[in-house]
Design a protein around this ligand. Structure first.
Ligand code: GAL
Length: 714
């Protein structure tokens, strides 16, 4: 019997390796390896995005060993396609595979990664179908392909699996499973070769950071981008916008930028990229006037060119042979098309002071987007353009602002791998509050930012709950394009909404520093509990384990947590949803303190809370430091100074790196920034011992008076 087994195994292994394709491995940065199989295509996610590794950040993370058994990474070429396989251990969990909305755990999934709007199911069709996954074992894998990829994320058992489960008899064995344990992630790439990357840890967060830094690091938004933003009704006029601005001012609600929806254009869907002169008779006067009031403007557009647009004739030869809403689709891989489209945006809008864009409809919906049979003049396929259109819009618009040495922060509905560094936040038309939070969690595995925008609500309670979530997200936004909702539209909760908006402004120094860490260290500002040290181990005892034999990986790391997340270095946010006044919160190992009161909340435990309407539960790690500023109506401008109150929680000595720069330009790329080291500890008699390193000479310094506050009483 044993002999037979050996012969059989030897036969299978020979078969497997005879068909295997050689993988060329090459280290490309500390802890990052590139694998190449066959002849990879020239056009891929990294060439589309022109992502450049931020080597300084990667060097700081340092070297690491290859994080999986390298010989178990296997490739085959057949039928014009590349088959890739990556090994999985039994207890491993997988995260990522694009911007999912309903699930965090991805092991066992079958997905087709395809740029699209989210259609209500996590099946791979999403706004950022990033072919990157992270393992609970502390590594990541990125497939650099601009194709629709089929992913089998540990879903099928191979005949030659080295540790396959035992076949069971369903008739008699209750532990029979329809999804037996599988030991590999398998990927089908529809091309005769591909390159892919493996990112080492040692922690899962390190792997995510390496991926982000490899893509250039996260974007550093201008300070104003982290303030409050209101998108107005689509047919608003300049006078309506000025009136709305005044209402914010009169009511004492903070406001940094206003978004104009399709009605600012003379034609929309397809677009003219020109101001509508009946609604905006004097665009430059209007923009200048708004800027004087401290309000910036963001413009909605999609990229589809109306036959009535002034650029139609010029751009037509550089567009695809199918239309979107009868508008021409620029082949944005061609310099001619880039120049014409972005030249128009620059001349008509950016040069008169527009601060950013919302690029709509670059994700999908098969019924209106160009079909896969479309041909483009560059020779790139419809599929490649579909997968990368959001990247291209972000890249070339970003270049336009970069040339002006002016930071931007905007919205986009489609992105992909390679796009980490672009200053854009993803949004969509879906509107489930719970799923919006799950998307926020998954954004941290995907190298993108996501906003759970508030549009309108059935009840005042729902409105408040949504507003409370959105202030703890990358973009604090109301999108009132169809509803005309204002922050104060639900009078019963106006005060609470205002308090939250003001809290957002107070927290600006924290948010800004956390985004700097995204940029310089690759750490996503909003991320899953699974990336938090102490999370898995701390809660095990609280969670009931089910049949580990049947589903070992699902339970091994605790249950899937999709309704609470980490915001920056120290905060754990647990949103509240309408109709549910009570919820549980999982507090990882280590002491946690209430953000508002500083009181001890728990340590490696599951707590049940009923916080009332005024707040959502937010907890701070022991030793946590949260720098707070004044509740300004607009973010500080370049050169402004603010007073800083440094809040300290718990008992452990704490440190914080406070980031500072001019908040508006790219001068930080030339070194015009500083991180100031904050230290707080308690002396034996309980007093605070505090310090902050001096402002560096010749670097921007936006701080006035600095004070410290112990939030936790002894
Ligand atoms: C949708 C978009 C909305 C809004 C609307 C305007 O496609 O998702 O946020 O901008 O277009 O027509």
């Amino acid at each position: 019997m044993f002999k037979k087994l050996v012969i059989y195994t030897a036969f299978l292994l020979t078969y497997m390796y005879l068909n295997a394709q050689e993988i060329k491995w090459e280290p490309v940065a500390p802890g990052i390896w590139k694998g190449t199989v066959g002849r990879p295509e020239n056009y891929n996610l990294l060439t589309a995005s022109a992502a450049k590794p931020y080597l300084e950040g990667l060097n700081k993370l340092g070297d690491a060993v290859f994080p999986m058994p390298q010989r178990e990474v296997v490739a085959q070429l057949r039928d014009g396609k590349t088959y890739l396989r990556f090994p999985l251990k039994q207890k491993e969990q997988l995260y990522g595979f694009g911007l999912n909305f309903q699930t965090v755990h991805q092991r066992g999934k079958i997905l087709e990664l395809h740029a699209d709007h989210f259609g209500g199911k996590d099946n791979g069709r999403t706004h950022a179908p990033t072919p990157f996954y992270v393992s609970s074992e502390g590594y990541g894998v990125f497939i650099n392909s601009a194709r629709y990829l089929k992913i089998f994320a540990g879903s099928a058992v191979r005949r030659d699996s080295e540790n396959a489960p035992v076949a069971k008899d369903r008739n008699t064995d209750k532990t029979w499973s329809s999804r037996p344990y599988s030991d590999a992630v398998e990927v089908l790439v529809p091309a005769e070769g591909v390159e892919f990357y493996v990112f080492a840890g040692p922690t899962s967060l390190n792997a995510v950071s390496r991926y982000n830094l490899f893509n250039g690091g996260g974007p550093l938004p201008p300070r104003w981008g982290l303030g409050f933003t209101q998108r107005v009704k689509t047919l608003y006029t300049a006078a309506d916008v000025e009136k709305e601005t005044k209402a914010f001012e009169d009511k004492g609600f903070p406001l940094d930028y206003i978004g104009l929806e399709p009605g600012w254009q003379s034609k929309a869907y397809p677009c003219s990229f020109e101001w509508d002169k009946s609604r905006y008779p004097d665009p430059s006067g209007f923009v200048a006037d708004m800027l004087k009031k401290g309000i910036r403007l963001n413009l909605w557009t999609n990229p589809y060119v109306s036959p009535e647009s002034p650029i139609f004739k010029a751009i037509k030869p550089f567009t695809g042979d199918h239309t979107v809403w009868l508008g021409a689709v620029p082949d944005l891989t061609m310099p001619e098309a880039q120049k014409i489209l972005f030249g128009q945006l620059k001349k008509s809008q950016v040069d008169i002071g527009i601060s950013g864009y919302k690029f709509d409809e670059v994700d999908g919906y098969d019924h209106y987007l160009w079909p896969d049979v479309t041909t483009f003049p560059s020779g790139h396929s419809a599929e490649q353009l579909r997968q990368t259109y959001g990247l291209l819009m972000q890249r070339y618009s970003m270049d336009m602002f970069h040339e002006k040495n002016q930071r931007t922060y905007g919205l986009v509905r489609g992105s992909n791998g390679g796009g980490t560094s672009f200053p854009y936040v993803i949004y969509n038309d879906y509107y489930n509050h719970e799923d919006f939070i799950t998307a926020l969690i998954n954004s941290g595995f995907t190298g993108v930012l996501w906003t759970p925008e508030a549009r309108a609500s059935k009840t005042a309670e729902e409105w408040l709950r949504r507003m409370q979530s959105v202030v703890f997200s990358p973009m604090a936004m109301i999108n009132a394009w169809s509803t005309g909702t204002k922050p104060w539209s639900y009078p019963e909760v106006e005060k609470q909404v205002k308090d939250m908006a003001l809290l957002r402004m107070q927290m600006m120094p924290y948010w800004y520093s956390e985004f700097a860490k995204y940029h310089f260290q690759g750490i996503p500002p909003f991320r899953a509990m699974n990336l938090e040290a102490g999370f898995a181990s701390g809660v095990e005892k609280e969670l009931k384990t089910t049949n580990l034999e049947e589903n070992p990986y699902v339970e091994a790391l605790g249950k899937e947590v999709k309704d609470q997340y980490m915001a920056g270095e120290y905060l754990l946010v647990a949103p509240m949803f309408a109709g549910k006044p009570t919820r549980t919160v999982i507090l990882p190992k280590g002491k946690w303190f209430d953000f508002y009161t500083g009181e001890f909340a728990g340590d490696g435990t599951v707590i049940t809370v009923t916080p009332g309407l005024d707040r959502i539960p937010v907890y701070v790690k022991d030793g946590g430091i949260v720098p707070m500023g004044p509740a300004l109506m607009h973010a500080p401008k370049s050169g402004d100074k603010i007073d800083l109150e440094i809040r300290y929680y718990g008992h452990k000595p704490g440190t914080y790196q406070l980031y500072d720069d001019d908040g508006e330009t790219f001068n930080y790329e030339k070194g015009a920034f500083s991180f100031r080291d904050i230290k707080v500890e308690r002396t034996k008699d309980g007093k605070l011992k505090t310090s902050i390193s001096a402002a560096q000479k010749g670097k921007p310094n936006t701080l006035n008076k600095i004070s410290f506050k112990a939030m936790t009483n002894l």
